[in-house]
Design a protein around this ligand. Structure first.
Ligand code: PEP
Ligand code: MG
Length: 328
């Protein structure tokens, strides 16, 4: 099987009815970029910049951040890379970031993390913005913000980047040819104001790991809950379909970058609700590509629409049967 997937490396992820799906990988370390050549993926859809912060004993200085980002862009060549600004805080605490005694959190996943921390500790965010902008001189910079809960948070984060861009420009230094800004949708509340946010976005990326834990109020790491709610439940798929429809209507590309997209059956369901871009763990690229190349997109969209109109507890079993009957 491994050999079969390796052979798929140079085959594009095109469905039987001729639809090209974009399949990218998630990464976080310099060496992860090698996965692009190994898998033949279309780019890095999620580069988790906090990895460098988490493996470091001290706060990574701007120059060190910048070196990593430039190395990643160099290694990726003309394949796009989307950098996510640091998602630390909560359970991913940094020992060198001063925490007060009352910072102890009972619910770290819903706590002071990601953009919430970044906007308050804006020195951290400014340094990262400058590192990313300088690293991407002469190229496109794709940057996205984690845990955006309301549109104004995106506005503030973008403003920090724009200020840094102007500052770098005023020093006569070379800028990226373009900065493309995106938001992660992983806090359900954002779906309610998405119409206000979409016109400002160049892209949207759905983080289904956090999104589903918040939708179901079920800790994503709790072993007793892992089997209880299914990614292929009607509530999740209907939610995602609504977001995908809204983004498409606004002409904003939308990807799924959570682990869900790395499971072939779940990825098939995502294609069935209109998702055309996936960013997944590198080991999943082969199996997901194989699924895509045996899939009729028009047919799976019809099947999923029917199943969601007469919902069952989970679409997993009916979708499995459908896949077998349809040679996927
Ligand atoms: C997610 O929440 O789905 C996601 C991709 O981000 P992370 O897993 O890093 O929280
Ligand atoms: Mg997340």
């Amino acid at each position: 099987r491994r050999a079969k997937f390796a052979k798929l490396k140079s085959e594009p992820p095109v469905t039987r009815d001729g639809h090209r799906v974009t399949v990218m990988v998630n990464a976080g370390l310099r060496d992860d970029v090698a996965a692009l050549d190994v898998t033949g993926a279309d780019g890095i859809g999620l580069f988790r910049t906090e990895f460098q912060f988490l493996v470091s004993a001290t706060l990574p200085q701007r120059e060190r951040q910048q070196r990593l980002y430039r190395d990643v862009l160099d290694a990726a060549g003309d394949r796009p890379v989307t950098f996510r600004t640091v998602d630390v805080g909560g359970d991913k605490t940094l020992p060198y970031l001063d925490h007060d005694a009352d910072d102890e959190e009972e619910n770290p996943a819903m706590g002071w993390r990601a953009l919430r921390l970044g906007l308050e500790r804006d020195a951290l965010m400014k340094a990262q913005a400058r590192a990313l902008i300088e690293a991407a001189a002469g190229r496109t910079l794709n940057v996205m913000f984690p845990m955006v809960s309301e549109p104004w948070e995106f506005d503030e984060a973008r403003a920090i980047f724009e200020q840094q861009r102007e500052w770098i420009h005023s020093r006569g230094r070379k800028l990226p040819t373009e900065i493309r800004y995106g938001a992660m949708l992983e806090v359900p509340a954002l779906a309610e104001t998405l119409d206000m946010l979409l016109p400002k976005l160049q892209f949207l990326s759905i983080g289904t790991n956090d999104l589903t834990q918040f939708l179901f109020a079920a800790d994503r790491a709790h072993p007793k809950l892992a089997m209880r709610y299914d990614w292929l439940s009607p509530s999740i798929l209907r939610f995602l379909r609504r977001v995908a429809d809204q983004a498409r209507a606004a002409d904003v590309p939308v990807a799924v970058c959570g682990e869900m997209g790395g499971r072939p059956l779940d990825a098939m369901a995502l294609i069935g609700i209109g998702i055309e871009r996936l960013s997944i763990t590198p080991a999943a690229v082969g199996p997901v590509k194989a699924m895509i190349r045996s899939l009729d997109r028009g047919k799976v969209m019809e099947a999923v629409a029917d199943m969601l109109a007469a919902p069952q507890r989970s679409l997993r079993e009916p979708l499995k049967r459908w896949a077998i009957e349809n040679g996927v």
